[in-house]
Design a protein around this ligand. Structure first.
Ligand code: FAD
Length: 469
């Protein structure tokens, strides 16, 4: 007889939200975390008086979405969020706001005018095809682009692809660009048809592709979108990323026990079902196991997985990221904003001056900025790290004399990247009562929000399998 109703392997945000929600369904839960601390990639810690997060984070879909559902249904302590602010693109000429509708895009003079027109048409075409049911998930962004774009435009699109899928425009699908970016969601502004140039090209394009009744249907979708004033609903958690982590921990019932420094080395089975979980310090009998480590690791932990399943999860694609945190000895005018910025020339980064949200994250009068890069796997990490650092100095020459703290984080941001050939595992596994949760089990959205989707899916499946009411 097991001491716990459910054993959760992994104390990252997916594992902790799984444990917390299951405790609210009356379950006795044991969380086994291999590290000496919980939170995984959803964490914050102190470096020389600055509070850094594990990577630069903006949490998405907070007004309507999986985290909102989980917070409203299960959290006793609601995390506090601070509005994300604006998305910028930095060029040698300074900051420009990233356009989130076609009209603003038409005026986005960071890119050449002709490119903007060509891209507006491509976006409109993709949007049209997608709303009419075409599957664009196997088509790469690069293959979809019109020919003749400038190098700057290609670098910009590449940077956007990396930020949405963790991979380049050659591996990112058009579908991912459409669904992953709020850009498409808000791409038809209320005054869309006031911009004659774009409206004309759009209507001409539609006329070539649609029958009258399809056109009517499509326009009604557009007008719905046009009036859909969702905003971004993106935010930074108050007190840093650990503010969100703490809200999950404080919301747990007493029926959850967490053991840190407990690496799970085996999940044993009996007659095709879960039997026990093995750690170096002991073996725990188990009726139900929720595994939230890398699904790719499962074959090393348990026997009896069919070879086709092992092959499939071997196709999960991952990306490595490097975040460079810089603690600055003063507040610089370059970072006089709340929000984030993208540098896209050749080597892309995504940066956030997080102490602008909450000044307690830096010592008085100082500033904390994080720069996240996707690691170039084709060169040595030490070489790539120098290149990243130099990219920061190229983009922001004024920063050099003000750096008093430098901190590097090498991480895997999500357990699976959404690429054309990439694979996502199901919540159910071939082993009875062994379930998966985490960012390699759901391709919707990204990061903590995707973790939220995976936990909702887990609860649905556990309900279907009669483990919870
Ligand atoms: C640079 C960077 C930028 C990001 N930006 C954003 C963003 O802007 N917005 C956003 O929403 N998200 C963002 N994320 C992603 C987000 O942080 C993660 O998706 C989320 O924290 C993943 O949670 P998880 O629990 O699924 O995985 P993890 O955090 O990886 O947790 C898994 C846990 O399982 C443990 N574990 C694994 N194997 C075992 C084992 N055998 N035994 C015991 N324990 C085990 C690990 O130690 C770990 O603690 C970013 C992440 C990074 C690194």
């Amino acid at each position: 007889m097991a001491d716990y109703d459910v054993i959760v392997v992994g104390g990252g945000i997916s594992g902790l939200m799984s444990a917390m929600t299951l405790s609210k369904h009356g379950k006795k839960v044991l969380v086994l975390e291999k590290r000496s601390y919980v939170g995984g990639n959803c964490n914050s810690y102190d470096v020389d008086g600055f509070q850094v997060d594990t990577g630069v984070h903006a949490i998405t879909h907070l007004r309507v979405g999986p985290l909102r559902r989980l917070i409203d249904t299960y959290f006793d302590y609601s995390p506090m969020f601070l509005d994300h602010g604006s998305y910028h693109v930095r060029t040698p000429n300074g900051l420009s706001k990233i356009p989130f509708n076609l009209k603003a895009f038409a005026r986005f003079d960071v890119l050449p005018k002709m490119d903007r027109l060509l891209l507006s048409q491509a976006i409109t075409k993709a949007f049209t095809q997608s709303t009419l049911g075409s599957d664009l998930s196997n088509q790469s962004v690069y293959d979809y682009l019109p020919s003749g774009l400038s190098e700057d435009s290609l670098d910009f699109i590449n940077a956007m692809s990396y930020s949405l899928s963790g991979k380049s425009m050659y591996e990112t699908s058009v579908h991912r660009m459409l669904t992953g970016s709020s850009y498409m969601r808000d791409s038809v502004p209320e005054n869309f048809f006031e911009d004659e140039e774009i409206a004309k090209s759009y209507v001409a394009l539609l006329a070539n592709h649609l029958t009258m009744s399809q056109l009517k249907g499509h326009l009604s979708i557009l007008s719905r979108l046009a009036n859909n004033n969702t905003g971004y609903s993106q935010a930074y958690p108050r007190k840093g990323l650990k503010g969100f982590l703490n809200a999950v921990l404080f919301s747990m019932n007493d029926s959850v026990q967490i053991k840190t420094s407990s690496r799970v080395t085996g999940i044993n089975t009996r007659e095709g079902a879960v039997k026990e979980v093995v750690t170096p310090d002991g073996t725990y009998p188990a009726d139900v196991v929720v595994f939230t480590g890398f699904a790719k690791d499962l074959p090393a932990l348990t026997d009896n997985l069919p070879s086709s399943y092992i092959q499939d999860i071997g196709r999960i694609v991952q990306t490595h990221s490097m975040t460079i945190w810089l603690g600055l000895d003063t507040k610089l005018p370059e970072f006089d904003y709340t929000g984030s910025e993208v540098w896209f020339k050749r080597r892309a980064f995504w940066a956030m001056p997080i102490s602008n949200y909450d000044k307690s994250l830096a010592p008085p009068g100082k500033q904390l900025v994080g720069f996240t890069f996707i690691v170039d796997e084709s060169v040595q990490l030490s070489v790539d790290r120098k290149r990243m650092y130099n990219t920061i100095l190229t983009a922001l020459p004024g920063i050099k004399d003000h750096i008093e703290m430098t901190h590097y984080q090498y991480t895997i941001p999500e357990k699976a990247s959404v690429t054309i050939d990439g694979f996502f595992a199901d919540t159910r596994t071939p082993i009875t009562n062994l379930y998966l949760a985490g960012t390699d089990t759901d391709s919707r959205s990204m990061g903590v929000t995707r973790a939220g989707y995976s936990v909702l899916e887990l609860l649905k499946v556990l309900r279907e399998d009669h483990h919870i009411e």
